[in-house]
Design a protein around this ligand. Structure first.
Ligand SMILES: Nc1nc2c([nH]c(=O)n2[C@H]2C[C@H](O)[C@@H](COP(=O)(O)OP(=O)(O)OP(=O)(O)O)O2)c(=O)[nH]1
Length: 137
């Protein structure tokens, strides 16, 4: 019998880039799925939101960073089958933002050169995104 189709979950994520060309990653807190893995800030696209609006909201909620949808450039996307859902995750790049990121949800934060991203365990969906950041930066 064919497997039941997984629901597609749309998550919008963002690579914040600093003046040195480093990218911000955040460690998923204990208690969440994939705890301890490093990810790009972002979250589920809520009904009525564009992916860009999701990123702007999540950067504010998770990091206290302000930006605008016009400051987000699409870079690539992840499409990955997890056990319970299929993740579709556009990845935006943002170089223009206001404020210094602070962990609002007790997550660890790190600015990392794209070439070093592989030193940080990330969710399996994220691995194919890294070469795009290396190329860009
Ligand atoms: N933000 C983000 N999520 C990612 C990345 N890679 C990846 O597989 N994901 C997955 C993890 C989660 O299943 C989903 C993001 O959902 P989320 O952050 O809104 O939700 P969550 O699992 O933290 O939990 P909750 O807010 O529902 O409590 O996408 C990534 O680089 N960034």
């Amino acid at each position: 019998m064919e497997k039941a189709a997984r629901p597609v979950l749309i998550v919008a994520a963002c690579a914040l880039v600093d003046a040195d060309g480093r990218v911000l990653i955040a460690q998923r807190p204990q208690g969440k799925a994939m705890a301890g893995l490093w990810e790009f800030p972002g979250g589920k696209v809520e009904p009525g939101e564009t992916p860009e609006e999701t990123v702007v909201r999540e950067l504010g909620e998770e990091l206290g960073v302000e930006t605008k949808t016009a400051c987000l450039a699409p870079l690539t996307f992840a499409s990955h089958a997890y056990e319970d859902f299929h993740l579709l995750m556009p990845l935006f790049v943002c170089r223009r933002f206001w404020g210094v990121p602070v962990p609002r949800e007790s997550q660890a934060l790190k600015w990392v050169r794209p070439q070093r991203l592989r030193d940080y365990p990330m969710p399996p969906a994220d691995a194919p995104l890294i070469p795009f950041l290396i190329d860009l930066l």
